[in-house]
Design a binder for this molecule. Structure first.
Ligand code: FES
Length: 173
């Protein structure tokens, strides 16, 4: 049985889904409401929990496949929780030319994750992204939206190490 067919059965709540009920009620009957509903839910949880998507599906009478299709199509949506540190490595042309791919490889190797995934301890999420509009600083990364440029693999690895250490010492709180 596919994920989409099981998803329309009763929703088991691991999260408080009040925000979902509220936003669905707010947009009930409105055209073009899928994106703002998903945005509101993601802003609340930091990602789109599957039971929230299931409740939206049930309440708005929309197929799960349609909601998951929208959530997968737009880069702004995440279906998995993000880590405490969202590390985005720009892989646009200017950053690529200046070694962004080597930083990606170092991050994935050091943290033992795949691109787009979150470490098991939920501390880091590593993502490759397209040009973030700071090409003159290439190669550039952002950590929770703070940009750092003129990096190389060693400087980048140093940033990751510092964040790991601050987690261990509790300074990252
Ligand atoms: S290519 Fe990386 S900021 Fe533009």
């Amino acid at each position: 049985m596919s994920e989409t067919t099981t998803a329309t059965t009763d929703v088991e709540e691991k999260h408080d889904l009040t925000v979902v009920r509220d936003v669905v009620a707010k947009y009930r009957g409105a055209r073009g409401s899928i994106i703002p509903v998903l945005q509101t839910v993601q802003t609340h949880f930091g990602y789109l929990p599957m039971e929230a998507v299931e409740l939206i599906s049930k309440s708005m009478r929309l197929p799960m496949a349609q909601l998951l299709g929208v959530a997968s199509f737009y880069a702004q949506f995440r279906l998995t929780p993000r880590g405490k540190y969202m590390v985005k490595i720009c892989c646009g042309t200017a950053c690529h030319v200046k070694g962004a791919q080597r930083m990606v490889e170092r991050a994935l190797e050091t943290l033992d994750v795949e691109a787009g995934e979150t470490t098991a301890d939920k501390v880091f999420t590593i993502e490759r992204v397209a040009c973030i509009g700071a090409c003159s600083l290439a190669p550039v990364i952002t950590v929770n939206d703070d940009a750092t440029g003129y990096l190389d693999v060693d400087k980048f690895a140093g940033i990751i190490d510092d964040l790991k250490k601050s987690e261990k010492t509790g300074d990252g709180e």
